[in-house]
Design a protein around this ligand. Structure first.
Ligand SMILES: Nc1ncnc2c1ncn2[C@@H]1O[C@H](COP(=O)(O)OP(=O)(O)O)[C@@H](O)[C@H]1O
Ligand SMILES: [Mg+2]
Length: 254
């Protein structure tokens, strides 16, 4: 069993009078896929936002490698090796895949031209092709704008970008929701490759067969709290459904 890499303890998040998280705990381990499941409104996206710096919890503690961290922004989280593929896909449609991969981390040209703000596009393209290939994502051309790619290819670029930079944790909020069956299989293959690099992958998905096929562990949120957790291999679909609806509550999971 691998070590706990990310440990969220008793998080609350209030939006005005709405309590999106009510003492939620969550753990993810290096080299494992942890699924985070729950009904609509359970607090999954809010939890991911708090753990990736997009939102700050109202109270609670977040530990990375055993050290308490304060994720004040997505940039702060990225510096610590935490990347996120958000539910509402965040790629820049007018840029090509390489430019998307390096968005916010562009490589400058060497020497004076670089100091004048010129970018080394050839180098970024070379690295982008390598990164995409590592993940089994082949694009016909790296010079087309993202907007002209299919939904599946766009999603692959968003996934490739986050996993190329992640060194510790990748959150994927419904990464396959908009995809067809074949593309879905590709994203699941990418998830397994990233896990095998020793990264903690956190998968949010409504697709229970998908969750059961790829997850090493499953944590269940209900009304802003963790109500159950399971080891992936020997979990039954009925147990997941029971936990999501509140019919099965494990006291020790809170
Ligand atoms: N920015 C926000 N402002 C107000 N309420 C929010 C906001 N974001 C989420 N909520 C509320 O918090 C609860 C949890 O939402 P969310 O985290 O999106 O759940 P999930 O991703 O599990 O569907 C819901 O009741 C939702 O309406
Ligand atoms: Mg959500």
């Amino acid at each position: 069993m691998s070590e706990i890499l990310l440990d969220a303890v008793d998080l609350t998040k209030h939006y005005g009078s709405v309590e999106a998280l009510r003492g939620a705990s969550f753990q993810a381990r290096a080299g494992e896929v942890t699924a985070l499941i729950g009904d609509n409104g359970a607090g999954k996206s809010t939890l991911v936002k708090c753990l990736s710096g997009a939102e700050q919890p109202t109270s609670g503690r977040i530990l990375l490698d055993g050290t308490e961290v304060h994720l004040d922004s997505p940039v702060a989280a990225r510096r610590l090796g935490i990347e996120t593929v958000y539910q509402d896909l965040a790629v820049a449609p007018d840029l090509d895949p390489a430019a998307n991969l390096f968005l916010g981390r562009e490589i400058p040209r060497k020497g004076l031209l670089g100091k004048l703000g010129m970018l080394d596009k050839a180098e970024m393209r070379r690295q982008a092709v390598t990164e995409f290939e590592k993940l089994g994502v082949t694009l016909q051309s790296t010079e087309v704008s993202i907007g002209s790619l299919s939904g599946g290819q766009r999603q692959s670029v968003a996934v490739a970008r986050s996993v190329a930079w992640a060194s510790k944790v990748v959150f994927m909020d419904e990464p396959t929701a908009a995809l067809g069956v074949r593309q879905r299989g590709r994203v699941l293959d990418v998830i397994k490759k990233v896990r095998d690099k020793g990264i903690a992958v956190v998968l949010i998905s409504h697709n229970m067969p998908e969750v059961l096929s790829v997850s090493d562990r499953i944590e269940v949120l209900l009304q802003g709290k963790r109500v159950a957790r399971f080891a992936g291999a020997d979990t039954k679909l009925e147990d997941l459904v029971a936990a999501m609806t509140g019919a099965l509550v494990q006291e020790e999971a809170a």
